[in-house]
Write a protein that binds this ligand. Structure first.
Ligand code: EPU
Length: 339
């Protein structure tokens, strides 16, 4: 295992932004992870585990510690139970499952990043969330250096959230995830975009549904295609805010047009952040210096070519201030900030 110095991080991120890692190493096994933790501890360095880099914004100054690229590979199957190492590419695993006729993650096709990242932010799209299929998560406890197994209920899943990005943030490194899929199960066609896509076909297959999701994502610039400028992003930059029913009624009364919304848990209401941005004057293709908004989806902030993290922050701040002053909603960014 090699410990490299001053490695630029921008190429490891979908945003293509960020300064260098003071130290950088790649872990192919759990033993490598332990070695890297030891290396960082003995030098008193902070440690950042890097997966697919698809939900990250790295600071221009880079990261002063050790960036550990999690490259553990392997997919094991025991009937309907799939145990997948954290460094496997997520979309490849979706294809692997769909090709073998296993249902449960077909709507999560085309999401960039690695398997290890999926339980951390409870990845979700087009009517599915990984929390519906995760059986357990194996992770290294950085305080005790023991590997622990978290059953689904212990992960504290909710919208874009788990204990790993909230109460226990920074305390664990996920090394593998076990999913329970359904052999020959029906694909889930619940999301409006998918229903529209299949309005004239009676029983689409799992493969047709996962292909349709990739097509829909591509139309929104949310499927990474090399050279597509709308893809120099971290996907959705803001979470969809969840407000109380009273707050929704107040917002609906102030707008002259219908405010789109979905019911969330406990009578709360989820409002699409993309809609709030557009109403606040941030349209597709909006630019602020080298930072901008995707030409195909308002929720994706993009690097227009030479953006620094500071440019993205300036646009983020302008958007959050404007949305807050118009709607009284403080938007919460989705990407993880590094450095
Ligand atoms: N909308 C706009 N303008 C746009 C796009 C959307 O006003 O340019 C409004 C419309 O009202 C639309 C609504 O937002 O009906 C919802 O749009 P969409 O179906 O594209 O979904 P989203 O809420 O913007 C979420 C996830 C995506 C996920 C899609 C599909 C979040 C933060 N984002 O986006 O996840 O792919 O649903 O399920 O929850 C990601 O997290 O990085 C991500 C891409």
């Amino acid at each position: 295992m090699q410990f490299l110095e001053h490695v630029p991080l921008a190429p490891y991120t979908t945003f293509k932004i960020g300064g260098p890692a003071r130290w950088f190493a790649e872990a192919a096994t759990e033993a490598d992870i332990l070695k890297a933790v030891e290396f960082a501890r003995s030098r008193n360095l902070p440690l950042f585990p890097l997966g697919g880099g698809s939900n990250l914004l790295v600071a221009d100054a880079g990261f002063p510690g050790l960036v550990l690229h999690i490259a553990l590979k392997g997919i094991e199957q025991e009937k309907e139970i799939f145990t997948v190492s954290a460094g496997e590419n997520w979309d490849c695993f979706v294809s692997h499952a769909v090709e073998r006729d296993f249902a449960g993650i077909e709507c999560l096709a085309g999401i960039p990043g690695t398997v290890g990242g999926t339980p951390i932010q409870n990845v979700g799209a087009y009517g599915q969330e990984v929390s519906e299929t995760v059986v357990s998560v194996r992770a290294l406890n950085l305080a005790t250096l023991e590997f622990e197994e978290f059953a689904n209920a212990a992960c504290g899943f909710s919208y874009r959230r788990s204990i790993f990005n909230s109460t226990e943030r920074g305390k664990y490194i996920v090394t593998r995830v076990t999913y329970a899929l359904r052999e020959s199960g029906q694909p889930k066609i619940a999301y409006a975009d998918l229903k529209r896509h299949f309005q004239n076909s009676a029983t689409p297959s799992l493969r047709e549904v996962s292909d349709a999701v990739r097509t829909i994502r591509r139309s929104k610039g949310m499927y990474i295609v090399a050279g597509d400028p709308d893809c120099r992003s971290a996907g959705s930059f803001f979470k969809n805010p969840i407000v109380s029913a009273e707050q929704y009624v107040r917002i609906a009364a102030q707008e002259e047009i219908e405010v789109p919304h979905y019911m969330a848990a406990d009578g709360a209401v989820k409002i699409p952040a993309a809609w709030l941005l557009e109403r606040a004057g941030f349209h597709k293709g909006y630019a602020l210096g080298e930072a901008g908004i995707s030409t195909r989806h308002t929720l994706a902030l993009v690097n227009r070519g030479a953006a620094k993290a500071a440019d993205i922050f300036a646009l983020r701040d302008r958007i959050t201030a404007e949305v807050e002053s118009r709607f009284g909603i403080r938007l919460d960014p989705e990407p993880v900030l590094v450095g």
